[in-house]
Design a protein around this ligand. Structure first.
Ligand code: NFE
Ligand code: MG
Length: 576
């Protein structure tokens, strides 16, 4: 009888994700399975639609990266129609992208992942004066970490606790031995957690300046942008700049400092020093800051070997569905991808309950289909995508923006480069990418202002769609959770086929036909769970990828039929 820990749902993510792990007698994870339990259908909805609407439709894939799919849908169609948007449009798109990345990364570290690192109950025991002094160890200019700030935070949260209601901090694994911050460090992170709630609003406003609204901005159009008056208005430009600086301040004085602090506090915590089982990384050029200049680089790094970076051959990208709830098992290039559902459900099993006795239960069929997520592969190999991939590829390529900040991180923490290949490294990589964008996004702003000042007012390129012609095109780029690609075929003036190969699909997908597991599953194997009733280590590894299962699945029943009923149990984890 194997022991299984099932965490369903994984909370503090977007979408519905279930993790099953098999542990040995020492509670070390021997095998792991990642399952998306819910599905939606945008790739199907967009078929037979006007390609000019594709961006708006595919934008609804996700409510988190609300800009990524919009931009990808617009650029894929531009690529198919051979349209080159004017520089003003490209740079304005970057300004919107900057706010998306800053938002997603900061919100991930504090709101979604932070409580895997920070024990709120311990923060209440902190000595505020000591904590205020300690904050200077990690930055010369701390924010929201003065003695009175910290006292106010402690009192605010203590009020919840006295009322017996932890609010957003309820139902966590407080006191677990896998937490490593001391009370003062926990209090600093808690203070920044609360401050981020205010900063998040400012970042959303940044997006809305050129995007018209947030979430789901609406100012991109095939060929360019529609926020013409905004980019020609110095007060709108000034507003964006002020907010960008305010957010950058938080990134450098809070987020960055807290990551350096986490690296110090957790450097002996075995569970975060592992967590990188797939050491292949793929990342794509993104964040255009000039006519030809980008902050993030393209390439493939294999087996963690930083001495070589391979160029990406996009013909080598496939998705397969042997273990996914779709009918077509074989690997297909996304231009020819299929989305025909075939749900096979869970199987009955007797598993060990919390009291050690057998209970009737349901588990996945790991030999059959067990997830709504497909398995993307590059040249037949699983790849990790995301900030860690972007940092690894950029570092190995000698990208000066990335090398500078990675070296700064390694120097500040005393960690070796190999430490990047871990859950700690993945969490740090997100802060590294965020800092690169916070510090250098200004280049795109300056380039836009200079281009307008030079007299170029163009915001859209003209084009025609010839209904007698067939077109195909794609967007490939990097979004906050990693490499994203959208592939479109156009025939008779409408979308004939549309496939999105999404970051969380790369990371969360199930086993492929060659028996290879993806990054989520591999990240868990070998980790010891200290307390099987509180599998904090599982959640921390998985959260470090910043899962977005809405993005990874993006399928729904277009006829509105009920496909299945789901019951989400309030208990965070159940032992089988
Ligand atoms: Ni739904 Fe997304 C990003 C995309 S996903 S959050 O970033 O594309 O995995
Ligand atoms: Mg897809």
């Amino acid at each position: 009888m194997t022991k299984r820990i099932i965490v369903d749902p994984i909370t503090r993510i977007e979408g519905h994700l279930r993790i099953e792990v098999i542990i040995d007698e020492n509670n070390v994870i021997q095998d792991a399975f990642s399952t998306s339990t819910l599905w939606r259908g945008i790739e199907t909805i967009v078929k037979n639609r006007d390609p000019r609407d594709a961006g708006f439709l595919v934008q609804r894939i996700c409510g988190v990266c609300t800009y990524s799919h919009y931009k990808a849908g617009v650029v894929a169609v531009e690529n198919a129609l051979n349209i080159k948007p004017p520089l003003n449009a490209t740079l304005t798109r970057t300004l919107m992208n900057i706010s998306l990345f800053l938002h997603d990364h900061a919100v991930h570290f504090y709101t979604l992942h932070g409580l895997d690192w920070c024990d709120i109950t311990s923060a209440l025991k902190a000595d505020c004066a000591k904590a205020a002094k300690l904050a200077f160890k990690y930055t010369s200019n701390p924010i929201c970490a003065g003695e009175s700030d910290l006292k106010a935070v402690q009192e605010r949260v203590a009020t919840f606790v006295k009322q017996g209601a932890l609010g957003p901090f309820a139902n966590a694994y407080w006191g677990n031995k896998a937490y490593r911050f001391n009370p003062e460090q926990n209090l600093i992170v808690l203070s920044h957690y609360l401050k981020l709630l205010e900063v998040q609003r400012v970042i959303a406003q940044m997006m809305a300046i050129f995007g018209a609204k947030n979430p789901h901005p609406q100012s991109l159009t095939v060929g360019g942008i529609t926020s013409v008056m905004d980019i020609l208005d110095p007060s709108r430009l000034g507003e964006w700049l002020t907010k960008y600086k305010e957010v950058g301040d938080f990134i450098n004085r809070a987020y960055w400092a807290d990551i350096v602090m986490a690296a110090e506090a957790y450097k002996d915590e075995d569970s975060v020093l592992k967590g990188c089982g797939v050491k292949n990384f793929i990342s794509f050029q993104e964040m255009q800051v000039g006519a030809e200049e980008f902050l993030l680089s393209s390439g493939v790094v294999k087996n963690g070997d930083l001495s070589k970076v391979y160029p990406i051959d996009e013909d080598k990208i496939t998705e397969e569905a042997l273990h996914s709830w779709y009918a077509d098992n074989e690997p297909l290039h996304p231009y020819d991808g299929k989305t025909n559902p075939q749900y096979t459900g869970f199987k009955d099993a007797q598993t060990i309950g919390p009291d050690g006795k057998l209970v009737d239960s349901k588990i996945i069929d790991e030999n059959g289909k067990y997830s709504w997520i497909k398995s993307p592969r590059y040249d037949g190999e699983p790849m990790e995508v995301g900030p860690l991939a972007s940092v690894v590829v950029g570092y190995a390529s000698g990208n000066p923006y990335i090398v500078k900040v990675v070296d700064e991180f390694l120097k500040a923490t005393g960690l070796p480069t190999e430490a990047l290949f871990s859950t700690l490294g993945r969490t740090a990589a997100r802060a590294i990418e965020c800092k690169i964008i916070a510090d250098n996004g200004i280049l795109a702003f300056n380039a836009l202002v200079a281009n307008i000042a030079s007299g170029d007012k163009k915001t859209c390129a003209p084009y025609v769609i010839d209904k007698t012609k067939e077109y195909k095109g794609r967007y490939i780029g990097n979004v906050p959770r990693g490499m994203l690609s959208h592939w479109v075929r156009i025939k008779n003036g409408v979308v004939e086929n549309y496939q999105a190969v999404v970051p969380s699909t790369w990371n969360a997908g199930p086993i492929d036909a060659r028996g290879q597991k993806g990054p989520y599953e591999m990240s868990l194997i070998g980790t010891q769970v200290k307390d099987i009733t509180q599998p904090l280590e599982i959640i921390r590894h998985i959260h470090s990828f910043d899962p977005c299962i809405a993005c990874a699945v993006h399928v729904m029943d277009t006829k509105g039929n009920e496909l299945s009923q789901y019951k989400v149990e309030p208990s965070f984890a159940r032992l089988r």
